[in-house]
Design a protein around this ligand. Structure first.
Ligand code: AP5
Length: 209
């Protein structure tokens, strides 16, 4: 099962991706997570990506496309994968199709998780991530992860001005991909402004249709 997760920043892509990993035992490939890991290791990729991420802008297409060509050529993606945050532009979507075609694969389903932008601003302003186990939660949990005891951190791009720019970049550059996948008849729209378990039931049903 090869899955693309579309949806604005904060729509719940990462949250649903983790549930998909548990259900299907296939890798979750998040370009944002790859860039943040590279940054915490201080690699040239991480430092380059940071310039764009801090402003809520997109990292240049060619850099992302090369990175994902390499990642999707790895053996663990053969049984399937969950793409979270990629593709984000028309050029990335076309490059993805070409790379998959070259290895006899296609995207099976593209899920668009839809949430009102003002709900998103509230969600992201209060989001916290565990520095140790990576669990996504929110500010109500305090400063320590209830699962592993790790430190709960706020992402650098989760401040209101940057969130609003990310939403505007999404509307201009990524939302058109909904039509791209609709034209291939693999797009399923999901209302993401419901409890996580309710959204998950629809995500799972869409993957099993
Ligand atoms: P990335 O890391 O991909 O961030 P994003 O797309 O902005 O998405 P988020 O991770 O913020 O949100 P999410 O949809 O995963 O929501 P989550 O599940 O965490 O990208 C960051 C940056 O990297 C980009 O701005 C860009 O610079 C660069 N980049 C990445 N990919 C790129 C690409 N392909 N090309 C170019 N540049 C790229 O949930 C959010 C919050 O809501 C959490 O607190 C969660 O607990 C809560 N929540 C989730 N679901 C629900 C629900 N149903 N009800 C209530 N709360 C919920």
């Amino acid at each position: 099962m090869n899955i693309v997760l579309l949806g604005a920043p904060g729509a719940g892509k990462g949250t649903q991706a983790k549930l998909l990993v548990e259900a299907y035992k296939i890798p979750h490939i998040s370009t944002g997570d790859i860039f943040r890991a590279a940054l915490s290791e201080g690699t040239p990729l991480g430092l380059e990506a940071k310039k764009y991420m801090d402003a809520g802008e997109l990292v240049p297409d060619q850099l992302v496309i090369d990175l994902m060509d390499e990642r999707l050529s790895q053996e663990d993606t053969a049984p399937g994968f969950i793409l979270d945050g990629f593709p984000r532009t028309a050029a990335q979507a076309v490059a993805l199709d070409e790379a998959l075609h070259a290895s006899g694969r296609v995207i099976d389903v593209a899920l668009s998780i839809d949430v009102d932008p003002e709900v998103i601003v509230k969600r992201l302003s209060s989001r916290r991530t565990c520095a140790d186990c990576g669990r996504i939660t929110n500010v109500d949990e305090g400063e320590v992860c209830v699962v592993c005891g790790g430190k709960l951190e706020q992402r650098a791009d989760d401040n209101e001005a940057t969130i609003r720019n990310r939403l505007s970049v999404y509307a201009q550059q990524t939302e058109p991909l909904i039509s791209y996948y609709q034209a291939k008849d693999i797009l399923v729209a999901i209302d993401g402004d419901r409890p996580v378990e309710t959204v998950w039931a629809d995500v799972k049903a869409a993957c099993e249709r």
